[in-house]
Design a protein around this ligand. Structure first.
Ligand code: ADP
Ligand code: MG
Length: 492
């Protein structure tokens, strides 16, 4: 690159805004360096874009400055056509502009074609095309994905990402995730049970979303048991060919990789549908396909469920969902507030969470109600607002005494032994459970719990810890906790 004396190149009086390029020759090199040359070219380019037709702008932008020598500005292009076109139709205008900018009558632009530049450009163009193609493919994949999700009957909200994991659902969540990651490997069928509104459908559909996202070719089918029953009945009643209708029905429910059957308890007493379900189950199971079932109770408690189905449902893994603890409920509300983009006071969320402890659907419903009022009145969710809208009655206080009585009765131990010194294993276990429940339900300190039961605070703390660590892995223990809470009327 040839350098030029800047003082000669530009005059301080230039009214084109390029005086900037005049260098103080006292202190700096008298030559235009690379940066200055680039800046100079940027300004010239700007002028060109201002005077030349829009159709040639892409060519102007593609020009690279190479040097400036004795009024000759050399620029390089990788497009032969740009060189030819600009030279033929626009050189006069370009030179005129350059002369004005530089105040040099001899100034002119020299456009040359450069193969290296052409190669560089080709690479750039290829890179852009590749990016565009990737973007297109990504958009297509997202389109396909939402199509598959809707054709599988999945609710877009029910994904693992939106599922808050807490002590109450840790076990069920990890089982569902394991099934989603490795379908039909370990837990087949996966049977998720629990009372209404605790996230069974959400967790089940999360498996579906996960599968479709990670393996777009997988065929996922979500069906409510009611729909399955109705479909079966209407197919078997059609007056035309029964065999053909049944073949179609079977194909619909067995030509898939994962079936998600929601609320199986509704199959109760429907003998012919149960037979068909058994057939569906066996076909899928034998083909190595994953089956996920939800129910509001264990198979044992579904009236008139055939033994054949009962055993099949119990073959794999059965996991229970129980009401979430306060921390999890607050987390769920926080997520909701965040997703709605509404500001909410911690105290307001705590108030809602404290008063809706049995059912996440009801918890969400209460939040939605408060949220709607807050939005209408353009304010954030405050404790005051939540109290006004929900008007919850304060929950009855739980005493250490009632926890001890009900737990001792449940575990069949003498309540007096709890305060005593007995080291009997049954009593020790009951004591630990009482410490756990007292702490969880009353939020009192370990000191006061220990003192009430004639124990050191470290003993109360240890007992609490023991139960907390075991509760997720032990169905028996979590059942005991739930049933005692029900008896204490802290949950329904
Ligand atoms: P179920 O099928 O057990 O009756 P759902 O799966 O329909 O309950 O859940 C009820 C509502 O509560 C849904 O809107 C669901 O998204 C929400 N929900 C339940 N558990 C959770 C959780 N752990 N995290 C976030 N949302 C939850
Ligand atoms: Mg459900």
């Amino acid at each position: 690159m040839v350098r030029q004396e800047p003082a000669k190149l530009l005059s301080p009086s230039s009214n084109l805004g390029v005086a900037f390029f005049i260098i103080n020759t006292k202190h700096k090199s008298k030559y235009m360096d690379n940066i200055e040359l680039k800046r100079f070219w940027e300004k010239v380019k700007e002028e060109y874009v201002g005077i030349l037709p829009e159709s040639v702008h892409p060519w102007i932008y593609s020009l690279e400055v190479s040097g400036y020598d004795k009024g000759v500005l050399t620029v390089v292009t990788g497009q032969a056509m740009a060189r030819d076109w600009l030279r033929k139709y626009h050189s006069e205008q370009m030179n005129k502009t350059l002369k004005t900018i530089t105040k040099n009558e001899a100034a002119c632009i020299h456009i040359i074609y450069d193969e290296n530049e052409a190669r560089k450009m080709k690479k750039e163009v290829e890179k852009i095309h590749k990016k565009e193609l990737e973007l297109q493919q990504k958009e297509q994949a997202i389109e396909n994905l939402s199509y598959m999700q809707s054709s599988s009957n999945l609710n877009l909200k029910y994904k693992f990402e939106n599922f808050v994991v807490g002590e109450n659902n840790k076990f069920a969540h990890s089982a569902a995730l394991a099934v989603a990651k490795n379908p039909a490997q370990k837990y087949n069928p996966l049977f998720i049970y629990g009372k209404a509104g605790l996230g069974k459908t959400h967790l089940m559909q999360a498996i579906g979303h996960y599968t479709i996202f990670n393996n777009p070719k997988a065929k996922v089918k979500y069906t409510k048991t009611d729909d399955y029953i109705n479909d079966f009945i209407s197919n078997s009643r059609k007056s035309n060919d029964y065999v053909e209708n049944m073949a179609k029905f079977n194909k619909k429910y067995t030509n898939i990789d994962i079936i998600l059957i929601d609320d199986i308890q509704f199959i109760e007493s429907k003998e012919r549908t149960m037979e068909r379900m058994q057939h569906t189950f066996d076909t899928l199971y034998n083909k190595g396909k994953q089956i996920v079932i939800t129910s509001d109770r264990i198979p044992e408690e579904i009236p008139k469920l055939t033994d054949a189905l009962k055993t099949r449902f119990e073959w794999g893994l059965m996991v229970e969902l129980i009401p979430p603890e306060i921390e999890t409920r607050i987390k769920i509300l926080k997520n909701l507030a965040q997703n709605c983009g509404i500001e909410a006071e911690q105290a307001a969320l705590k108030y809602i969470a404290e008063n809706y402890d049995k059912n996440v659907r009801e918890l969400e419903g209460a939040f939605t109600k408060v949220c709607a009022f807050a939005e209408m009145s353009e304010q954030k969710i405050t404790l005051n607002l939540a109290q006004q809208i929900l008007k919850c009655k304060p929950a009855e206080a739980v005493s250490f005494d009632s926890v001890a009585k009900i737990t001792a009765e449940y575990l069949n131990v003498d309540v007096d032994d709890i305060k005593g010194t007995s080291r009997n294993q049954k009593v020790v276990k009951a004591r630990q459970l009482i410490f756990y429940l007292c702490r969880e339900l009353t939020n009192q300190s370990f000191e006061s719990i220990g003192e009430y039961f004639n124990k050191k605070h470290t003993t109360a703390m240890y007992g609490h810890e023991q139960v907390k660590n075991k509760i997720n892995a032990s169905q028996e223990l979590s059942n005991a906790v739930r049933e005692i809470k029900q008896a204490l009327k802290v949950i329904r």
